[in-house]
Design a protein around this ligand. Sequence first.
Ligand SMILES: C[S@@+](CC[C@H](N)C(=O)[O-])C[C@H]1O[C@@H](n2cnc3c(N)ncnc32)[C@H](O)[C@@H]1O
Length: 298
Amino acid sequence: MVGAGSHPRRRARGLPDRPHSRKRHHGTHAPAIEERGACTRTSGPAWQSPRRRGRDPERARLAGTGSASVATGVKVGAGITVRTVRKEDWLADTESSYDTVAASYAELVRGALDGHAYLKSALSLFADQVKACGGGLVADVGCGPGDVAARLDALGLDVLGIDLSPRMIDIARKYHPSLRFEVSSMTDMQLADGALAGVLAWQSLIHVPDEAVPAVFSRFHDAVRPGGRLQLLFHAGEGSWLKTEGYGGHPMNVRVYRRQPDQVATLLGDGGFEVQAQTILDPGGEAPQAILSALRLP
Ligand SMILES: C[S@@+](CC[C@H](N)C(=O)[O-])C[C@H]1O[C@@H](n2cnc3c(N)ncnc32)[C@H](O)[C@@H]1O
């Protein structure tokens, strides 16, 4: 995948194309923590029919699942359904933006992970942690063209790639025909409770507005079984910018949010996750990124 250190690769990761104000982070840190959390499995089948929860209408609106939305269901296979409900403006803009750039994005990121030791080791860590907890299905949420999902598969995980952009999913299926990919938004993944052993979301939460993040973490919490793993990669910093073109000069209309790792860690804590490590990549550079590794608490 793409490193933070060179320009085409920065752009390929969705990093800013133009100057912006930003607070910098210094020092890569992976706090010495004691690994904890023997994994527990929920009883019953890994996948069940999606259930509809009673929802707070305001939260649903912010998460893009308001009453103006249209529901569709996608049957993935025996017992597996990913349900999508469409769509607030920001979600629709994100979808059409990534549909527009899907092909060029896929070309730009192809093989880019090979040169990025920290990102590769983050994937290995995630795979080791999931396996240590007994394994099971993991979701790569905002999977784009599926190269990261393919890495996870090569590391021995059972992966489902999920992305908002149908065009991205077309490409992911074409490049990685042996893997499963589905179109869905992280704001409305309808997975059975505890269906997943882990969620990995690399550079996709960056397009979710602050007010919708808690609902996304709530969905991750429901979908991941107790003791399962969550790994996030996102732009570290503050503020947001409107990305109007990218990945070879194609038009986009998508807001990109930077967040302080501590801010995200607090939201994860509120959402029932224990953040066990924070790593800052390129801490003194123009566009630092953060990796957060978390455990899903019972
Ligand atoms: C910068 S790309 C990152 C792709 C991939 N994770 C990677 O690391 O190469 C952001 C991806 O997140 C997807 N995305 C954005 N918002 C999403 C949402 N609400 N639900 C699911 N996917 C989303 C986009 O369609 C796009 O493919």
